[in-house]
Design a protein around this ligand. Sequence first.
Ligand SMILES: C[S@@+](CC[C@H](N)C(=O)[O-])C[C@H]1O[C@@H](n2cnc3c(N)ncnc32)[C@H](O)[C@@H]1O
Length: 343
Amino acid sequence: MNVESVVETRFFREIKTFEVLRDLIKKHNIRKFEFWSGACATGEEPYSLAIMFYEMGLSNKNVKILATDINPIFLDKARRGIYTKQDVEKSERGGIIKYFREVEEGYEIDKDIKKYIEFRQFNLRDFDRYKALREKFEFIFLRNVFIYFPLILVTKILKYISTTLNKKGYLFLGNKEVYYSDFFKRDILNDVVVYRKKEKSIKEKNNFTPKNITNSNLKRYEPNLSLFINLIDKGKIKKAKQMLLFFNKNSFEYWFVNGVIEDIENRGEEAKRCYLESISRNPEFPLSHLYLGNIYYSKFLYENAYREYVYALEGIENGEWAKLLPKDNLEFIKAFLKNRIGV
Ligand SMILES: C[S@@+](CC[C@H](N)C(=O)[O-])C[C@H]1O[C@@H](n2cnc3c(N)ncnc32)[C@H](O)[C@@H]1O
């Protein structure tokens, strides 16, 4: 994403999510906690949280909000806390103007509200940085940011996010974002989907992995696309990567697997090339279309994305490939495609 670009956000965006959060905190009488607003943009989201906590009588000594974003320009604006009158009026909840004072450049948020928040730059793709946040948070907002990532990377980010949530914690995504992850169970509270950490990730259904593939049994299992997809799905990227060796370089599978790896490692152009190679060898395989569609989508090339999503859905509904995917994942992918295509 271009750092100069304007971002869509507003105070109390998707207000129901705030109401569900407030009810949870009240119900469990949680007075002390750490909160992560993981793609806070220009600050409207964490300031809305801080206003709500202030009104609930929660002290800024006991409640800390870490607000992060990749974009330093957005973060500068967030730290200043100065907004236009329209920004304040766009709030989905009324009555917040009392938390601002008029200054020369606009409306500045109250310093008591600012005290809840620490702003920091954080790239959600920077996986080395998650270690420092281990089991730190009771609550995480990660709303309306996954649109920038290929689906396959969302799976990986969710895995890392799960490590930063404490055992009883809750993750909230945007209202239109429903993702499947082996590391979370989903619940619906008052029409809002909440994600809770699973005690332990489900044991792999496969009782073989590349680790125990030896020369003698290699033949039996190669090339196993289903295993590869399973490993990726479970966030076992290293093991999945080793599988590349088992595919014939002329096969569509090889190019698909290669594409997924490039995708995860954030080399979008390479990934695109690999998916196209895969499609040229087997135009019916739906996942190459799906992931290529996601690359186009993240680059705002909606027409191209639409075309790929239509091919992907056709391929999946035709059934032949569906058996490759875990059942709930299949349902999720179908729903995802229908949503993006608008059917
Ligand atoms: C649409 S805004 C969402 C703001 C707010 N969460 C909301 O729902 O109103 C998406 C934000 O994601 C941020 N973003 C994009 N890629 C990111 C990344 N790799 N790591 C962290 N933030 C990222 C963008 O800078 C932008 O501020």
